[in-house]
Design a protein around this ligand. Structure first.
Ligand code: PLP
Length: 374
């Protein structure tokens, strides 16, 4: 049975060149970057070369890249330090953020009694900018946290516009860019953002490593205390093999961006055409203008088919994600779709199909054939 992986917003297959690079570090360069002998110095060079390479891809300064264990950690750190150390009394976010942001904000609200405002989300999943400006009109030291590409629907936020509004009102701007870094160009020198979060396993790198971009002189304070690693901002011996793997993955993502983006864009169109032909009435949650590798589709299936859909696909070796929860055995609907779909549509089966350059039209054909048998 050919297995088909269509869940690239969850995680991606690691590129072989990345594995090669990581194995070389694990076997040859096992020194501790904090050691002053030659083994340590070699590891330190690898670490700082990786930092420079990542910074270069995103037009940032190397000192602005802080290595983290994952995207969740980067989101948590920035939000917490903003409240604890930067005097932020209010966070503006949205109900469609990833839980790495939403749950952190809830905890901070509880711990520090900050106020939290949720900017309105439009039916297409986008942010209501007029409402954001209105909220920012209230004078209060604020951090705005809004994600770049939504991991469930692929809805894209205009970072430039959002950042400009934040600057006009003197608010910090953090964006969870976990789904977009490595998949779209980003010029962090130019973009009016203060903080972004990234995760290597979303761009064909290893799991367990990510980074935060923290604009110079923001005054953010350490996440972990101990050694001097990461300029004292995140103590703990660095995972050199992971970091080198992440830098390699990002470098390859940007080197191949145009070709791979074109290939995936075409594949997404093929997928949507195939679904709409096989199942007339298929709708795209969040609309047609979502990010090029994510399609969240609502299928015109009867309720009795809903419960077993993911299970059936899984039995056929096909991996996709739930769009709404009813079909995954969970009783909770997706918090993102709950914001943009009617109660009726929420009960119907939605699937999140997310693509990478490793996918082919044959994968799509197998998915559609499998869905026909559900
Ligand atoms: N933010 C978004 C938008 C994501 O899609 C994810 C991963 O699912 C995360 C944060 C968390 O990233 P990580 O798995 O590296 O903690």
């Amino acid at each position: 049975m050919k297995k088909v992986y269509l869940d690239n917003a969850s995680t991606t297959a690691i590129r072989p060149e990345v594995v090669q690079e990581m194995v070389s570090v694990l076997t040859e360069d096992y020194g501790n970057p904090s050691s002053t002998h030659s083994f340590g110095r070699s590891a330190k060079v690898l670490l700082e070369t990786a930092r420079k390479s990542i910074a270069k891809q995103l037009n940032a300064n190397a000192q602005e890249i802080i290595f983290m264990s994952c995207g969740t950690e980067a989101d948590n750190w920035v939000l917490r330090s903003a409240v604890k150390d930067l005097g932020v009394h209010r966070i503006i976010t949205s109900k469609v953020e990833h839980h790495a942001v939403l749950h952190t904000v809830e905890v901070l609200q509880h711990e520090y009694a900050i106020s939290v405002d949720y900017v309105n989300v439009l039916p297409n999943g986008g942010i209501d900018f007029a409402h954001l400006s209105e909220l920012l009109g209230q004078e209060q030291k604020t951090l705005v946290s809004l994600m770049h590409v939504n991991n469930e629907t692929g809805t894209i936020l205009d970072l430039e516009r959002t950042g400009r509004i934040c600057k006009q009102h003197g608010a910090y701007f953090h964006s969870d860019t976990v789904q977009s870094i490595g998949k779209t160009e980003m010029d962090l020198q130019e973009l009016p953002v203060d903080f972004v979060a990234a995760s290597a396993h979303k761009f064909h790198g290893p799991k367990g490593v990510g980074f935060a971009f923290v604009r110079k002189n923001t005054g953010i304070q350490p996440l972990l205390y101990g050694g001097e690693q990461e300029k004292g901002l995140r103590a703990g011996t660095e995972a050199v093999h992971q970091i080198v793997g992440m830098a390699k993955a990002l470098e390859l993502s940007y080197a191949n961006l145009e070709t791979e983006r074109n290939q995936i864009t075409e594949l997404k169109q093929y997928l949507i055409n195939a679904l709409q032909t096989a199942f007339p009435g298929t709708q795209i949650n969040g609309g047609e203008n979502g990010f090029y590798n994510i399609a969240n589709v609502l299928l015109p299936f009867s309720n009795d088919k809903t419960a077993m859909i993911l299970f059936n696909l899984d039995m056929k070796g096909i991996a996709v994600s739930r769009g709404s929860a009813c079909q995954s055995g969970s009783i909770k609907p997706s918090h993102v779709l709950a914001e943009i779909l009617s109660d009726d549509d929420l009960k119907k089966p939605s699937l999140r199909i997310s693509l990478s350059h490793f996918n082919t039209k044959e994968d799509i054909d197998l998915l559609v054939e499998a869905l026909k048998t559900v």
